[in-house]
Ligand binder design. Sequence first.
Ligand code: TMP
Ligand code: ASP
Length: 236
Amino acid sequence: MNKTTQLYEGKAKKVYSTDIEGVYIVDYKDDATAFNGEKKGTILGKGIINNKITNHLMKLVESKGVPTHFIKQLSDRETAVKAVTIIPIEVIVRNIAAGSLSKRLGLPEGTKLAHTVLEFCYKDDSLGDPMINEYHALAINIATQEEMDVISKYAFMVNDILTEYLKEVNIELVDFKLEFGKTLDGTIILADEISPDTCRFWDCVTHEKLDKDRFRRDLGGVEDAYHEILNRLMGE
Ligand code: TMP
Ligand code: ASP
């Protein structure tokens, strides 16, 4: 399989078309950004680690009934995925208050939520990814009601699968962000990544942050945290 055209360059990944119909290649970078690109940096080795962790977790959720774009890892940084059009909605699931939810609702970080929270943001950098609800998604024609139902169902399934799995390696799944895509025949599948860039992972016992918050908040030990997650998940 060969890359043909670069279709997209995001903050953390590039996406290429290939000479195989319906297959793209994702290429993970070490670039890190935060606050809608205002803060920029590099996390050495991040691309390699996020490629591995994402594929590991995509395979897990796929095996438990959530369809994903994963096909095959090709190299340290590259993975073949099913070609999709990304639905421009960031789907956020929260189990414990942190980050923007803590700010918005005045809840101290670490407060256990009495019910899982599902949020949607409209994926548009020029608008700063504003929070929306299902009505907005329907109103601006970015998804249908049936698609929102499927996305919500899959998001809760991913939460249950990952929460249970991560508990075994002493990681608390605080919150995370998913993106879904649509294949040519209209099927909704999980796309993008599941990594320390897009999830909050805390050590169950010490509550140490083992994710991109270490970069966002200048906490130090960023690379070590990514390695620690890789090690706990895959023994590497
Ligand atoms: P938040 O508390 O800043 O809204 O973040 C919620 C979750 O979403 C957290 O796990 C980090 C993830 N996230 C992304 O993956 N991309 C983003 O651009 C933002 C703002 C958050
Ligand atoms: N996607 C965010 C950015 O704007 C990064 C983040 O906070 O995860 O750069």
